[in-house]
Design a protein. Structure first.
Length: 259
């Protein structure tokens, strides 16, 4: 394999990414009131697809293939409930119930650019443990973002996330990482959510990538289901995730997926 080609975006391209990011955030805001007991994950998917089309955008996950030509993702969003770490496939059979947690991951394509973001929502009233896990995961994301600065290293991001998660008795998923995003859905650089400060690739202005920590109640280990997409915690304990797309600026960082 050759060296990955890192793409640095121009201010014009970052403006396009900002537009896609804001639409992605607006889509999550639109879906949020639907997250309640008795709703199926397929209903969330279908409303997301309708809303995305109504706003002149396309759903990047629908038909997405890794590797190319195999196992296209069959739905428009990912819905990962409780012990599902990521890439949960919406289904009419999966009915949300009180106490569940659900991560909804959306990526609309606007004018060729991807806006990639996710949030974990409470369904009804969460258990104290689920509430703590979700709150810690959200703070992990913000600490990871705060670690981004030009001249820093990718390892700074993972270290900030890992330290906070493990200090609260939780673990960081290793199998799935953040990624570069632009006109391409997944590209370099890879952004692990664990690591060592001062290690990894240099952070440079113009880089645009996701930070999307997946934090587990128990072990960090994951298990892939036979559908080749759904990843579960190996011990079947809870997992939560939050994701933003960010741009590295000359003096810091801009979150592109804010409402």
């Amino acid at each position: 394999m050759g060296r990955e080609q890192l793409i640095l975006l121009s201010s014009r391209e970052i403006a396009k990414m900002r537009q896609a990011g804001r639409l992605a955030a607006a889509l999550l805001d639109h879906l949020a009131p639907m997250v309640k007991p008795g709703v199926s994950t397929l209903e969330l998917n279908d409303e997301a697809e309708r809303w995305t089309k109504a706003h002149g955008a396309k759903s990047a996950p629908l038909g997405y293939e890794i590797p190319k030509g195999k196992f296209p993702f069959p739905k428009s969003i990912c819905t990962s409930v409780n012990e599902v770490i990521c890439h949960g496939i919406p289904s009419a059979k999966q009915i949300l119930k009180d106490g569940d947690i659900i991560n909804i991951d959306v990526t609309p394509i606007v004018d060729g650019y991807h806006g990639d973001t996710s949030r974990t929502f409470f369904v009804g009233t969460p258990s104290p443990l689920a509430k703590k896990l979700v709150e810690v995961t959200q703070e992990c994301l913000m600490r990871g973002i705060a670690a981004v600065k030009p001249g820093g290293r990718i390892g700074d991001i993972g270290a900030a996330i890992q330290e906070y998660a493990e200090a609260h008795g939780f673990s960081v998923v290793r199998d799935f990482v953040g990624h570069g995003v632009n006109r391409v859905f997944h590209g370099p650089p890879q952004i692990p959510h664990y690591g060592t400060r001062g290690k990894g690739k240099l952070i440079r202005p113009g880089m645009v990538f996701t930070i999307e920590p997946m934090i587990n109640e128990g072990s960090w280990e994951a298990e892939l289901q036979s559908d080749k997409w759904t990843a579960l915690t190996k011990d079947r304990k809870l997992s939560a995730q939050f994701e933003h797309t960010i741009a590295v600026t000359k003096d810091g960082v801009e979150i592109l997926t804010l409402p």
